[in-house]
Ligand binder design. Structure first.
Ligand code: ADP
Length: 450
């Protein structure tokens, strides 16, 4: 057996990702501490953890985002390390700094790298310097509407005004022509200030029909850097991913290897540590970097299914100073994987549908994985994200994965709340999706027509 890298890890998250981290820890012989709000006392991540600490009231700002409460929980349980999961505090550089200052290991990159990539202008500049192709646009921040207008005219319409501190698709405004640029600039700016407390914006060429393709990387502190290929996350609604697959139906092996190697080279030069994802738009055979996420992503399982690499396990190992388990030549891609994000929402209006789960029966069988904390009788609280389950399938070919997905969706029983399962079922029957012919705008048209 491998030596244990930590004795005890505190999981600063909830829901399926808290469970996912717990599972990796247990398989490594590491004890787990769950934290929870008063609304989550009965949640599965709390039930399965070795220990749990209640850290506050239901609103995330009073519990899962309360850094002092999290550090206290880690102290009283004598944890060695904190895993932030995704969302919540995972990309908060101050939190990662506080964690290490208090003597715990932060399972993620350095605060400097989180800060660098959290500022999109700096992130783009950095990637450009490291020879990663970026979306054409302004050189840094744009100070006023007149400059925005001049730059937009130079690069050609349509353009996109984006917030440097942006996330979740907010603070982004398209200008189709000169008559729209001044309004787009000032709306993006005020939205950015309201949402992120930072009104810095920049301008990019707006791509008309790109795919969203991202590259997963892993890096250790011994110079080991590998890429785990690509994921296609083009199926989005309001810039939120709905279904992801790996590998992208749009890439061939040479293109995949080329971009993967380029990204791994840049990450090596950066001296980055841990898991990370570089997000690109891909159009007419060209990649354009848009941002880097410095954490594990919701859609990481599709990569795990085609590579066999446990991404969370590698995150934990490298945070403890161990080497990555794999070198690049030990990574190969087998078959095809698809993930459906199942939300407790109306599949038509997308209104949240929290409440008590009645009958619950997840699908199973060969090539089927369900990452979820659901169980019969569980009450989905109204305070948090509506993602309740991820259904992931793997097949030898994309077609086999699709057949398996249809079968698994049909088996899945979640009673008592509305879910987006019917949306995924409709998607699986659509010829464009079946043929892999879609871009980032496709799904919004599809749900609009339905
Ligand atoms: P956020 O951090 O808010 O999610 P991103 O920069 O990752 O912002 O962009 C989110 C989504 O917005 C992308 O996946 C893509 O669908 C769209 N988008 C971003 N930049 C562009 C662009 N230059 N042209 C067209 N669409 C874009």
């Amino acid at each position: 057996m491998e030596p244990r890298v930590f004795d005890k890890v505190l999981i600063a998250n909830r829901g399926e990702i808290a469970l996912r981290i717990h599972r990796a820890c247990k398989e490594m012989g590491i004890s787990t501490v769950a934290v929870h709000s008063t609304a989550d006392s009965d949640a599965m991540h709390v039930r399965l953890a070795d220990e749990s600490v209640c850290i506050g009231e239901p609103p995330a700002s009073e519990s899962y985002l309360n850094m002092a409460a999290l550090l206290t929980a880690a102290t009283i349980t004598d944890a060695d390390a904190i895993h932030p999961g995704y969302g919540l505090l995972s990309e908060n550089a101050d939190f990662s700094e506080m964690v290490t200052e208090h003597g715990f290991a932060f399972i993620g990159p350095s605060a400097d790298h989180i800060r660098m990539m959290g500022d999109k202008i700096t992130a783009k500049d950095t990637m450009k310097r490291l020879h990663v192709p970026v979306v054409p646009g302004s050189d840094g921040a744009v100070e006023d509407a007149a400059t925005a207008r001049r730059l937009a005219a130079e690069m050609g319409y349509p353009v996109l005004v984006k917030a440097s501190g942006g996330g979740g698709g907010r603070g982004m405004k398209v200008a189709q022509d000169d008559s729209e640029i001044v309004a787009a600039f000032s709306t993006a700016r005020s939205e950015a200030l309201a949402c992120f407390g930072n009104d810095e914006v920049y301008i990019e060429k707006y791509l008309g029909r790109p795919r969203h393709i991202e590259i997963q990387i892993l890096a250790d502190s011994h110079g080991g850097v590998i890429h785990l290929g690509d994921r296609d996350c083009s199926l989005q609604r309001r810039h939120q991913k709905v279904l992801e697959e790996a590998p992208s139906p749009a890439l061939n092996a040479d293109a995949r290897e080329e971009i993967g190697a380029r990204v791994a080279g840049a990450i090596r030069e950066l001296g980055y540590l841990g898991a990370g994802t570089l997000e690109f738009l891909y159009e007419d055979g060209e990649f354009y970097f848009i941002e880097m996420n410095t954490r594990v992503q919701v859609e990481h399982p599709v990569t795990e299914m085609i590579t066999g690499v446990d991404i969370v396990r590698e995150q934990i190992r490298v945070a403890a100073g161990a080497e990555l388990t794999y070198s690049q030549d030990e990574i190969s891609f087998t078959g095809h994987a698809i993930e459906c994000r199942i939300n407790a929402e109306s599949p038509v209006t997308f209104a949240p549908s929290p409440g008590r789960i009645g009958d619950y029966h997840p699908p199973g069988g060969l090539g089927v994985r369900v990452d979820s904390g659901m169980y019969s009788g569980y009450v989905i609280p109204p305070y948090y994200d509506s993602l309740i389950s991820k259904l992931i399938v793997h097949g030898k070919t994309r077609n086999e994965a699709l057949m398996r997905l249809r079968r698994a969706l049909q088996e899945y029983v979640i009673e008592g709340v509305e879910t987006t399962i019917p949306l995924h079922q409709a998607l699986c029957e659509n010829p464009d999706f079946v043929n892999g012919e879609y871009d980032i705008h496709w799904l919004e048209k599809f749900v609009g027509l339905d």
